[in-house]
Every structure is written in structure tokens, then in C-alpha cells.
Design a protein around this ligand. Structure first.
Ligand SMILES: CSC[C@@H](O)[C@@H](O)C(=O)COP(=O)(O)O
Ligand SMILES: [Zn+2]
Length: 204
């Protein structure tokens, strides 16, 4: 799909995310890969459920240089890192759902491990409910370059796949294009809700 179609699809995805309530109070950010080693990142501080195409700003993926007088997301460094680590990624969605926020705090480990769910197959390359899906969890940090360094270090050891959680903060997920990133977001959110309910019921 052409770059302008991807941007139109991303704007659509942002409105869908807003309607789901996954980006309350200006939380979250989104981007698509663009030509010439750039990506288009949502402007900082905007309501992500009401973004328009002109609210996405060009950023150089290698240098993080912002090619616009406006300010892109405070978390731009995570978007550019993901594009550098995973050359096949075409779109990234970062959301702040209640389930992602709570589950990332309830799980004390460095990963959320999911298995036994048919809906795991909504994630690219997962063929069975018997597979184990690993969603890395990183402790939150207001220092985005420091957080990006930890994400990159983990990617060196265990390559990132569909997304990761930031503890008490939210989810980053992605896909080859906006359509796949949307499917991953919806699939992961479904799995988070199941896992949270399972843990609540089994704790009784
Ligand atoms: C509502 S505060 C959330 C922010 O600190 C941040 O986590 C976020 O996702 C949005 O930041 P932004 O700079 O608008 O992209
Ligand atoms: Zn955030």
C-alpha cells in the first residue's frame, strides 16, 4: 500500500482506538514508516482519538532528527528504535488501556507469558493455542533514551516479535502495515482481558 494510504489507514486506526477507550486523556502515540529513512509520528499532547493526517510529523529513523517545527511524541525514541530493530515493521501503535496498564503491574516478571488461547493466532507467526507467546515487560522510565537502550539490549538477546508492555504505562505493538498492527493490538488486548480475568478468578 502506498505511503499516503498507510497514513490514511493510521488516522482511521487512531479513531478506532479512541472509540475503544485505549488512549484516554491524550495518552498513546502512533506512527508509520515513510520513505527516505523517515517515519511519521503523532504530534505530542494531542487527543490521539481525534488525529488528522496533518498531525503526523516526519522524523529521521537513524538520527531521531525532527523534520518539522512542531514537537512529535515524547516517546518518539521508542518508535525509531523499533523501526531500526525490525526493518519489516511498517506501523506502530502505542496505547494506554486499563487492561495493559493493570496486567503489566500485576505480573512481577520481565515477561507476560500467554498460552492456551486460540486468539494467540491473531499474532503473526503463531500457529497454535499450544505455542507460548512472550510479551516482554519493561519497567517504566521517564527517560525515553534509557528505556530505548533497555529495549534494544533485550532485542539483542531475544528478538522482539509483536509488541511489549511498559509497566504501569501501556502497550507498544506493531505490524508490517497498519492493518497488521491493528490486528495485533486487538488480539493482544483480547488476550490481556482474558488473562486478567483468569488470574482474578483463579485467585479466589
Ligand atoms: C497522558 S500522559 C502520557 C504521556 O506521558 C505518554 O506516555 C504518551 O503516551 C503520550 O505522549 P505524547 O507526547 O502525546 O505522545
Ligand atoms: Zn505512553
Amino acid at each position: 500500500m502506498a505511503e499516503n494510504q498507510q497514513l490514511a489507514a493510521l488516522v482511521d486506526a487512531c479513531h478506532w482506538i479512541g472509540a475503544k477507550g485505549w488512549c484516554p486523556a491524550t495518552g498513546g502515540n502512533m506512527s508509520v514508516r515513510a520513505g527516505a529513512g523517515q517515519c511519521l509520528v503523532s504530534e505530542s499532547g494531542k487527543d490521539k482519538g481525534a488525529l488528522r493526517e496533518r498531525d503526523f510529523l516526519p522524523v529521521d529513523i537513524t538520527t531521531n532528527r525532527v523534520l518539522d517545527p512542531r514537537t512529535p511524541s515524547a516517546e518518539t525514541g521508542l518508535h525509531t528504535l523499533i523501526y531500526r530493530c525490525l526493518p519489516a515493521v511498517g506501523a506502530i501503535l502505542h496505547t494506554h488501556s486499563v487492561n495493559a496498564t493493570v496486567l503489566s503491574r500485576v505480573e512481577p516478571g520481565a515477561s507476560l507469558l500467554l498460552s492456551g488461547y486460540e486468539m494467540q493466532k491473531s499474532l503473526g507467526g503463531v500457529a497454535s493455542h499450544l505455542d507460548q507467546v512472550t510479551v516482554p515487560i519493561f519497567d517504566n522510565d521517564q527517560d525515553i533514551p534509557a528505556l530505548a537502550t533497555r529495549v534494544a539490549a533485550r532485542h539483542e538477546i531475544a528478538p522482539l516479535r509483536h509488541g511489549f508492555l511498559v509497566r504501569g504505562h501501556g502497550l507498544y505493538c506493531w505490524g508490517r502495515d497498519v492493518l497488521e498492527a491493528r490486528r495485533h493490538l486487538e488480539g493482544l488486548e483480547f488476550l490481556f482481558q482474558c488473562e486478567l480475568q483468569r488470574r482474578l478468578l483463579e485467585a479466589r
